[in-house]
Design a protein around this ligand. Structure first.
Ligand SMILES: Cc1cc2nc3c(=O)[nH]c(=O)nc-3n(C[C@H](O)[C@H](O)[C@H](O)COP(=O)(O)OP(=O)(O)OC[C@H]3O[C@@H](n4cnc5c(N)ncnc54)[C@H](O)[C@@H]3O)c2cc1C
Length: 361
């Protein structure tokens, strides 16, 4: 390659920012450009707090990136042409690259069940956040997002009825102790839990379950399922059924070696022979790793394969409690669980540390 290397990072979420900052440090001669449709970095892991009415800070991306010598382009990416090494923007402009980092994150899956797109609120991106009207709320999905949202709403609005519907118990994938703590704290906050509920349809005024029962609600919030942008699929990259870019053990696309992927939009092998989870806890280290892998290859060396393990899984339960599940090296729940106020402090520190590490200071 002759001239200045052009590295374009798509997405200024946790993964894209971690990659861009790492590249700015390790690839001083390169031109690093980040593209995002938003002008601000928003802490996505606090969106449930925003729905409950709390102020969630935003950071100007020009300032965050400009301070590090990284160019920022605010535009929607509408097309990717990996054969020509080009991305096309909603503004009509094109941007050429030698190396691309694909970190476009994820959004709510509104298509899985009828009525979600028409009648449900979702909670996956800052654009989804709106304060809820008064009246009973049904949160569908007893995964981490549903649990955190139900707890936050019940704590902030103790007079509103909040129901958490899931096909299994909240926190069922964690240790029995963690799941018990979650169920106990949710109940103390007044959240009604239904753990055998499969939603067949979202209605204008509630949800209909597969057994025919109708659960009435003024607002339904759908947290059961995420999807990723279809850009990579449309561009002919090798992707999985969700559209996540399939990567090798250096997080390079297995079909297009000039493209790396990280965060929610990437399919990456993880501990215990399972793919890495869609999580901020995944996005930051994988973004950082991609920067190191690109820098190493630019120096003519082969990067070591990514080694990754999770240590904790942290779920906030309102502002006064959390459950911190310690994990084994193969990503299974260990016996140790931290809870209550100390848990809430740990979770808050981790969330602040995540933002700080990508330059939101
Ligand atoms: C309510 C909630 C709570 C969460 N809590 C936790 C938690 O406690 N711990 C944890 O580990 N994870 C948590 N997560 C998950 C975590 O937020 C995500 O896994 C993480 O944000 C993924 O990072 P990312 O960089 O891959 O994507 P994102 O953070 O989603 O960033 C992607 C970026 O790409 C941009 N983009 C997308 N498409 C386009 C396009 N076509 N053109 C231009 N720009 C585009 C977006 O604007 C966005 O800025 C939570 C998620 C939610 C919704």
């Amino acid at each position: 390659m002759t001239g200045q290397q052009r590295i374009v990072v798509l997405g200024a979420g946790y993964a894209g920012l971690a990659a861009a900052r790492g590249l700015a440090r390790s690839m001083r001669g390169a031109r690093v450009t980040v593209v995002d449709a938003r002008a601000e970095f928003v802490e996505r892991v606090r969106l449930h707090q925003a729905v409950a009415g709390q102020e969630v800070r935003r950071w100007d991306l020009w300032k965050m990136l400009g301070d590090k010598g990284i160019e920022f382009v605010r535009a929607e990416v509408v097309d990717l042409d990996p054969e020509a090494g080009l991305i096309r923007l909603g503004t009509g402009a094109e941007l050429g690259y030698d190396t691309l980092v694909y970190a476009l994150g994820s959004a709510a899956d509104r298509a899985r069940v009828p009525g979600v797109a028409e009648y449900a609120r979702v909670l996956a991106t800052p654009e989804d956040v709106r304060t809820l009207p008064a009246g009973p709320v049904v949160v569908v999905g007893a995964g981490a997002t549903g649990i955190e949202l139900a707890a936050e709403l019940a704590e902030a609005h103790p007079d509103s009825a909040v129901t958490l519907l899931g096909a299994s118990a909240p926190g069922a994938w964690l240790s029995a102790r963690a799941a018990d703590l979650i169920a106990g704290t949710l109940s103390d906050l007044g959240v009604a839990i239904r753990s055998d509920a499969e939603v067949a349809e979202v209605l204008p005024d509630g949800v209909r379950l597969t057994d025919g029962t109708v659960v009435p609600a003024a607002t339904v919030v759908w947290t059961a399922g995420f999807t990723v942008p279809d850009l990579a699929r449309r561009a002919g990259l090798d992707v999985d059924d969700y559209g996540r870019v399939r990567t090798d053990d250096t997080l390079r696309s297995i079909s297009h070696p000039a493209v790396y992927a990280a965060g929610d939009a990437a399919l990456m092998a993880g501990p215990g022979d399972r793919p890495l989870r869609m999580a901020c806890a995944t996005a930051i280290p994988t973004g950082g790793y991609v920067a190191r892998a690109i820098a190493r290859r630019a120096r003519g060396a082969e990067p070591d394969p990514m080694r990754f393990r999770y240590y904790l899984q942290c779920l906030s339960l309102g502002r006064r409690a959390a459950v911190i599940q310690v994990l084994t090296a193969d990503d299974r729940p260990a016996r140790t669980v931290l809870r209550g106020r100390p848990g809430a402090w740990v979770k808050e520190l981790i969330v602040r540390g995540a933002a700080f590490s990508v330059g939101a200071r």
